[in-house]
Design a binder for this molecule. Structure first.
Ligand SMILES: NC(=O)c1ccc[n+]([C@@H]2O[C@H](COP(=O)([O-])OP(=O)(O)OC[C@H]3O[C@@H](n4cnc5c(N)ncnc54)[C@H](OP(=O)(O)O)[C@@H]3O)[C@@H](O)[C@H]2O)c1
Length: 348
């Protein structure tokens, strides 16, 4: 890879995340020589408009990656496991949105605002963290740098788009059925691959992904493990409860963070205000705080309701909201691609 323009492939281009990646590549005017849009055989042949030209979606195969410089994967972990090694073999750098490589010790797990310096460690694959983890660590990084972090207790309120396009359709379908007084037929949530389903419309489901032997769900364990890896501190204590709610776009999180030193509330707010990629929305007198409806479609992470624990001067509560398809997935991946492109352009 030595050009200033790149052959780019998007694997899962027709999905909730992939569609946002393609939109961002266009909006950011990413230096693209050729663009390949890949999916399963189901969507092969579909046309997608990119910069005024139609691109035909192709089925992803091991041979799809000849001459590809940068491949962005969001087609599920099994597809990344099957195809990313072929992309690497062809010389591509892969940016993977799935869970397949996140905890692999040879794969950097990157949130650019937190650990961009680790991108250079890659051996062909760079992992994009879980959506709920990205927005939390992006907000907590300035506090870690200034005070150190001892413990994080987080409860999430996650949008259905986190489970893909089919879950968005399920929420819309069920909501219409409930309002029409009809029976609701749950099909997808909480976990597509499990036989028992629950209604999401007008409900809250305290299960995201499969249960693990320790009683936590996989989503909860992703937040625990990935936070330590990205923040490069295994001593941070993290405990989580992840809940799916009937919101289409934007994950919200109630985060309790205990720092290693006493901290002043105004200093904590100032650090958040100055942090890259963070917008502080915190004016209770005007009922101003982050809302999923306002974060949807935005690249930033929004933080508000920042307050000190009344019994512990080292601990703070805050409300962190971000668009799970953007900073939680597509935007974080495109940010990484932009860093790789800029570095390649400088070195060529
Ligand atoms: N949604 C989020 O907020 C979010 C955030 C972070 C990470 N992720 C991860 O990103 C991945 C995709 O999520 P999503 O929400 O975009 O799901 P989605 O809306 O269901 O889209 C899945 C995409 O994968 C493609 N695909 C499925 N099977 C394939 C196969 N055998 N070969 C090639 N492509 C195949 C689909 O193509 P067809 O059109 O042909 O079916 C579609 O483009 C998941 O691993 C998810 O965990 C999602």
């Amino acid at each position: 890879m030595s050009n200033q323009f790149f052959n780019v492939a998007v694997v899962g281009a027709t999905g909730a995340v992939g569609q946002q990646i393609v939109r961002l590549l266009e909006e950011r005017d990413f230096p693209i020589k050729t663009l390949k849009l890949l999916s399963s055989a189901r969507s092969a042949g579909k046309k997608v408009l990119f910069k005024g030209s139609e691109v035909t979606v192709e089925e992803a195969t091991p041979d799809s990656f000849a001459d590809v410089d940068i491949a962005l994967f969001s087609a599920g972990g099994d597809i990344s496991k099957a195809l990313a090694p072929h992309a690497v073999r062809h010389g591509a750098v892969c940016i993977d949105n799935t869970n397949a490589y996140r905890m692999d010790p040879d794969t950097p797990l990157i949130v650019p605002e937190v650990n961009a310096h680790r991108i250079a460690d890659h051996k062909g694959i760079i992992a994009n963290p879980n959506c709920s983890t990205i927005q939390m660590v992006a907000a907590l990084k300035p506090l870690q740098d200034r005070y150190g972090i001892d413990r994080i207790i987080v409860s999430t309120y996650q949008a259905v788009s986190g489970a893909g396009n089919q879950a968005i359709e399920e929420l819309k379908r069920q909501s219409q059925a409930v309002l029409a007084g009809e029976d609701v037929q749950p099909d997808i949530l909480p976990v597509g691959a499990l036989p028992i389903k629950h209604q999401i419309a007008f409900n809250a489901i305290p299960q995201i992904d499969k249960f693990q032997d320790n009683g936590y769900t996989l989503e909860e364990m992703k937040m625990v493990r990935e936070t330590k890896k990205i923040m490069e501190d295994d001593s941070i204590k993290v405990t989580t409860t992840c809940v799916r709610i009937p919101v289409v776009y934007g994950h919200s999180e109630s985060v309790y963070v205990e720092l290693k030193q006493d901290a002043d509330l105004s200093d904590v707010k100032q650090l958040l205000q100055d942090a890259p990629g963070i917008t502080l929305v915190d004016d209770p007198s005007n009922q101003s705080y982050p809302l999923a409806t306002e974060a949807a479609g935005q690249n930033d992470v929004f933080v508000g309701r920042v307050r000190c624990d009344l019994d512990n001067p080292r601990a703070f509560n805050m409300w962190i909201v971000s668009d799970n398809l953007l900073k939680g997935a597509a935007w974080n991946a495109v940010q990484i691609a932009e860093i790789i492109a800029a570095k390649t352009a400088v070195n060529s």
